[in-house]
Design a protein around this ligand. Structure first.
Ligand code: PHE
Length: 339
């Protein structure tokens, strides 16, 4: 019996030490120490021994049992440790590897220029006004002194939703909303999208962006308009920038002017860019027509004001020397990444 026990012990030790996973170790525990295990089987035979042998064998059997138990639990510790080491090894991050660089977006050139213009006007005490792009005929045309059948409507043909509702052709419509809702003094700019049924080419698009400006107060004159625009252009294009006002006609301003800015390319000499003019047309402006003021409930005997409307695309194209308006809408990253 003693030999048997020693044999079991050495076999168990060998098997346990060479065991490589926790499940297998568990089945070894059952095999040697379980109810039907090999050591238990020996213990069951104790009854057959003599009274002298019994305590000696009992002691030996218990020692063998204890030894196998501790061999198994030591091995279990080792296996668990190995498993944990492996998990840690698998989860470690190699911080010396190069990272995945994220591509960071940029502001669109139109947004850059719009933000700059807004900032210039906010600095001069203007507020920013918003208005609907889907507009009543009244706000886009009629209240701006363009009654139905007025010939000037033809130059701003647009997209009609009904006879009475259209996509606005100009942000001048916001003038009317502001004057209806606010008493003078008024100083606002309103940036936004406008629509005209134009064919797409290098300088035209059926959708483009305007910024309208409106100032109403006592004693506002054309000199205020000119000074304001001069200031704007100098801030946008540099201190040596000159502007020129040419007489023009808009139904909602009287007098009206077209505003040109000195050619950035030839500085007034005349070149290919300005078609030998020396100046480039940039925006429309004028003194708000008394009829428009009165229509909005503002006494034109007491108050006067100026308005101007500029095309954001044109300003951006002059600013960045872009020769085709379509580039601004195509979203080609090779173009956009340059700003
Ligand atoms: N709304 C005019 C246009 O789109 C521009 C303009 C605005 C002219 C304000 C005068 C005063 O052509």
């Amino acid at each position: 019996m003693k030999k048997q026990l020693e044999k079991i012990e050495s076999l168990a030790r060998e098997e346990v030490l060479s065991c490589e996973d926790i499940k297998m170790l568990d089945s070894l525990r059952v095999k040697y120490l379980g109810k039907k295990g090999e050591v238990t089987a020996i213990l069951k035979q104790m009854g057959r021994l003599s009274a002298e042998e019994r305590p000696i064998m009992g002691q030996l059997a218990n020692k063998v049992r204890g030894d196998i138990e501790s061999t198994i639990s030591n091995k279990l510790k080792d296996l668990k440790q190995a498993e944990q080491d492996k998990a840690i090894r698998n989860e470690t991050i190699d911080i010396t590897l190069p990272g995945n660089a994220k591509q960071i977006g940029k502001l669109h050139p139109l947004t850059i220029v719009a933000n700059e213009i807004k900032e210039i006007f906010i600095g001069m005490g203007y507020n920013i006004a918003d208005g609907p792009e889907v507009e009543y005929d009244y706000y886009n045309f009629e209240a701006l002194n363009l009654p139905p059948d007025h010939p000037a409507r033809d130059t701003q043909d647009t997209f009609y939703i009904t006879d009475n509702i259209l996509l606005r052709t100009q942000t001048s419509s916001v003038q009317v909303h502001v004057m209806e809702n606010q008493k003078p003094p008024i100083r606002v700019i309103s940036p936004g999208r406008v629509y005209r049924s134009d064919a797409v080419d290098a300088t035209h698009s059926p959708l483009f962006n305007q910024i309208e400006g409106l100032v109403i107060d006592k004693g506002i004159t054309m000199a205020d308009l000119k000074g304001t625009l001069e200031m704007l252009m100098k801030r946008l294009y540099g201190d040596d920038c000159k502007i020129r006002l040419r007489p023009h006609h808009f139904p909602f301003t009287e007098p009206s002017a077209e505003v040109d800015v000195m050619c950035f390319n030839c500085h007034g000499e005349g070149c290919r860019v300005c078609k030998n003019e020396g100046y480039i047309e940039l925006l429309g402006a004028g003194m708000v027509h008394p009829k428009v003021l009165e229509g909005c409930g503002i006494d034109s005997e007491v108050y006067s004001g100026f308005a101007f409307g500029l095309g954001l695309e044109r300003i951006a194209m002059r600013r960045y020397n872009i020769n085709d308006m379509r580039l601004l809408y195509e979203n080609d990253l090779r173009f956009l990444e340059q700003f």
